[in-house]
Design a protein around this ligand. Structure first.
Ligand code: ADP
Length: 656
């Protein structure tokens, strides 16, 4: 074996590596130029030796490096002594573009790009050694058998057999295009065999990882038949380079572009050491003419590659669709959350702002009542006002009973009605007042109205104060992660939630069946969120019309249960298992507060209290039951968020 160096720095390293791969079986002679190489070759052949391979090291990259290498190769190839010697260029170019021409000369049989690896060198050397032996010295093949690995040895012997006129490898059987049992792995050896036969064993090249075999947008002047290694197909775009295929490329590179007469759509780059046979367009045409079977083999490779790529594209499309769906979900979620946060903040602000005027209102009405009492001299008037202020609402049965008694006492129904409005309930008093002048009765009726007005205004102010308080308790969502507080009355929390939702209760009969239960240790704001969610769901299910029953029950000594029961259509069996999943909703895909989060959040809150939540449902009777321990034994620091409360991301498949 000869090594021709042009004073390249790494000639010595290359010599050492070549000696290592030749394992002493083949001598490595390093020389400086083509003339010296021919001289050395002569000495070897005079000794009855052979020169199977010449490595031409073109040295560092220079503008003329390919020229220099090609010229040397051509000179050596023209020398009759070296006519059958395999010539391999060792170059530094990271792209093979332009070197195709050199290969075209027929003087270069292989190429290796820097940085070479010993393994790459070994495979290149052995492939050329085998080829040389098959072509020129088949009888000496056995001498070198031990260097070759099993496959190469088998192939070399098969080629020798073939040369000796034995039948080809797969003479029988269905046409490969129609034989479903034939895959890439079967096609490849046959393809290589046909190329070798028709083109006289075209050169193999070995390139280092990173070498660009075909560049995106380039005119594809031929194909590469991949023998060993992995190539990567990438596409550069505005957003950077994307790897589209690796290991799904198939054994032939460039065929798709060639067949569609287009420029290369992707960049093909070696990901590992790659050994390949470059075949130019001319060579391919020649080969197909010589071996018609080649064309159909290529078609089959093409179809199989296309199918693989399509499958890969489909996978990418599915991944893309899924990513887009997740994105749009996440966006909807974000909109809902943002809206919820905005409304929450607004409500908190309003609650805060309402506090002062409402307190002023409540105070003023008290003062008003005191002032009225101070300016009124008539004790009867004062008593009437006070009586109305203090009165609680009477049931209609009670009102009817009083009216009957008064009518009996004064013998006049309309007079009795007037007296009842004044607040008289006692028949004796009624009789006494019946004797009073009509103007006195007028005054007393006005006084009663005044008293009722003071009572109503004061009641309304109280109601606003409680509502604002409830709202603030609800908005104190921050206590969802805060400490557990002792002495929390569960029924009051349920009352608060009902009060907040009172605008939806006009056509709903609310029934309460509460036991006497002891206060519990809890986060009141968080629990109120649970009641609000359950009641809202019940109202949604009932269409704000029907019967809602809520009961707070004692469960043994240390647990409290709350049932929220509605007479809506119920939860269909098929969705019952999914109710508590985050973002599970049947509510028309509308983006709304919570958006399918209500029950999953409720479950989390309940579990953070050491409790349970469950549902039993049939049409017309749905019961959501929350059970809470009076004293949670649970971590006082709340549990970490459950992973399934977060948007779901499926495990992605491995890379491309
Ligand atoms: P959302 O109320 O936003 O849909 P939830 O997690 O609170 O989210 O509820 C999930 C689903 O459970 C609802 O979409 C509904 O289909 C079902 N659901 C909840 N409560 C009831 C109920 N009381 N009756 C019938 N279905 C219900």
């Amino acid at each position: 074996m000869l090594l021709v160096g042009f004073g390249a720095d790494d000639v010595d390293a290359l010599t050492i590596d070549l000696r290592a791969v030749a394992e002493g079986t083949v001598e490595v002679v390093a020389v400086d130029d083509a003339g010296a190489a021919v001289g050395a070759a002569r000495r070897v052949t005079d000794d009855d030796g052979i020169v199977p391979v010449v490595f031409v090291d073109t040295g560092d990259d220079g503008a003329d490096h390919a020229d220099r290498g090609t010229r040397c190769a051509v000179t050596l190839h023209a020398e009759p002594l070296l006519e059958w010697t395999r010539i391999v260029l060792v170059t530094s170019r990271a792209s093979l573009h332009g070197v195709d021409d050199a290969l075209q000369h027929g003087a270069v049989h292989g190429m290796i790009t820097r940085p070479w690896t010993r393994d790459g060198l070994r495979r290149s050397f052995l492939a050329h050694l085998a080829t040389h032996l098959v072509a020129r010295a088949p009888d000496r093949l056995d001498e070198f058998d031990h260097l070759l690995d099993d496959d190469d040895r088998r192939l070399a012997h098969q080629r020798v057999e073939l040369q000796r006129g034995r039948p080809p490898l797969t003479p029988d059987g269905a046409h490969p295009l129609l034989d479903p049992s034939i895959g890439f792995d079967d096609l490849e050896p046959r393809l290589i065999e046909l190329l070798d036969r028709s083109l006289g064993h075209p050169p193999r090249i070995t390139v280092a990882p990173g070498t660009v075999l075909i560049d995106e947008g380039e005119d594809v002047g031929g194909i590469y038949v991949l023998l060993d290694g992995v190539v990567r197909l990438t596409s550069g775009s505005g957003s950077g380079e994307r790897i589209l295929h690796e290991r799904s490329t198939g054994p032939i590179l460039g065929l798709l572009s060639l067949a569609s007469h287009s420029r290369a759509a992707l960049r093909v780059q070696a990901a590992t050491d790659v050994r390949a046979i470059p075949v130019t367009l001319d060579q391919l045409a020649r080969a197909m003419n010589a071996e018609p079977e080649l064309a159909s083999l290529l078609v089959q490779v093409l179809i199989t590659s296309l199918a693989r790529r399509l499958r890969r594209s489909d996978e990418l499309q599915v991944e893309l669709d899924r990513a887009l769906a997740e994105l749009s979900d996440a966006r909807a979620q974000l909109v809902a959350t943002t809206r919820f946060t905005a409304v929450g903040e607004m409500a908190a602000g309003m609650a805060h702002e309402l506090n002062n005027p409402v307190a002023a209102l409540a105070r003023s009405i008290e003062h008003l009542a005191e002032d009225v009492a101070a300016v009124v001299d008539d004790p009867e008037v004062r008593r009437t006002i006070d009586r109305q202020r203090a009165s609680t609402s009477q049931s209609t049965v009670e009102q009817r009973r009083i009216r009957r008694a008064l009518t009996e006492a004064v013998g006049d129904r309309s007079l009795a009605d007037r007296l009842a409005r004044i607040g008289v309930t006692d028949p004796d008093e009624a009789r006494r007042m019946a004797a009073a002048a009509p103007t006195v009765l007028d005054r007393l009726e006005a006084s009663a109205r005044l008293g009722a007005t003071i009572r109503n205004v004061s009641g309304a102010a109280d109601r606003i104060v409680t509502l604002v308080e409830s709202l603030r308790a609800y908005l104190r969502g921050d206590d969802a992660r805060g400490p557990l507080l002792p002495d929390i009355d569960v029924a009051t929390g349920v009352d608060d939630a009902l009060r907040l939702l009172s605008h939806r209760l006009e056509r709903v009969t609310v029934a309460r069946r509460d036991d006497e239960v002891d206060p519990i240790t809890a986060r009141p704001g968080a629990l109120q969120q649970v009641w609000t969610n359950l009641i809202t769901n019940a109202l949604d299910a009932m269409g704000d019309e029907g019967r809602l029953e809520i009961s707070v029950r004692r469960r043994g000594d240390d647990r409290v249960a709350v049932d929220v029961i509605d007479d809506g259509p119920g939860v269909p069996d098929e969705i019952r298992d999914r109710l508590f999943e985050p973002r599970f909703t049947t509510k028309g895909g509308r983006v709304q507060f919570g958006m399918g989060l209500g029950l999953s959040i409720s479950r989390r809150i309940v579990e953070e209290h050491g409790g349970t939540i469950g549902v039993e449902s049939r049409p017309g009777h749905t019961v959501f039951t929350v059970e809470l321990p009076r004293t949670p034994e649970l971590p006082r620091t709340p549990a970490r968020p459950r992973s399934d409360d977060r948007p779901r991301t499926d495990d992605r498949e491995g890379s491309t």
